[in-house]
Design a protein around this ligand. Structure first.
Ligand SMILES: [Cu+2]
Length: 164
């Protein structure tokens, strides 16, 4: 009798392990860890291209793929925000979800004129946000319309207009 009940208990434990979402578990966030923009404030006006510096307190930066306690890498969300579902899975990699898997702590962004939102989301070694998520406040920036002179300086002149 004792042997049978023991088998039943073990079987239940095995089912629990397989059935739980623990395989995709989020890394617990170190207490007090926060992400923030060092050089940009909410409602700031910038001229494109502009620098974005990523701040992080309470933990360190490590490249993607390196599983080390209390580290992660930065992601920059542009004109989008994370849904609750997305916050529990590896972050998408596209133009609106930039990964800095090399451990970079700044970038230079080129965005079209107008209003844009930016947010930092820290991901663990496998690009999954921490639990609770380590994110910066969402900031709204305004990218200035370039002056005509600046556009001429940065854009190559159309063919045929280079020589008069
Ligand atoms: Cu990533």
């Amino acid at each position: 009798m004792r042997l049978i009940s023991c088998t039943v208990v073990l079987g239940a434990a095995a089912v629990t392990l397989v059935g739980s979402p623990a395989a995709q578990a989020q890394t617990p966030a170190p207490p007090g860890a926060t992400a923030y923009f060092i050089n940009l404030k909410d409602r700031e006006t910038v001229t494109s291209p502009f620098k974005v510096q990523f701040g992080l307190t309470g933990m360190g930066v490590a490249p993607a793929g390196v599983e080390k306690e209390k580290t992660g890498h930065h992601h920059l969300l542009i004109d989008t925000k994370l849904s609750d579902e997305e916050a529990k899975a590896p972050l998408p990699m596209d133009a609106q979800h930039m990964h800095f898997g090399g451990g970079q702590t700044e970038t230079t962004l080129t965005l079209p004129p107008g209003q844009h939102t930016l947010q930092l989301v820290l991901g663990d070694w496998s690009h999954i946000p921490f639990s609770p998520p380590i994110v910066s406040p969402v900031i709204t920036i305004r990218v200035r319309q370039q002056s005509a002179a600046a556009q001429r300086a940065s854009a190559p002149a159309p063919a045929g207009m280079q020589h008069h």
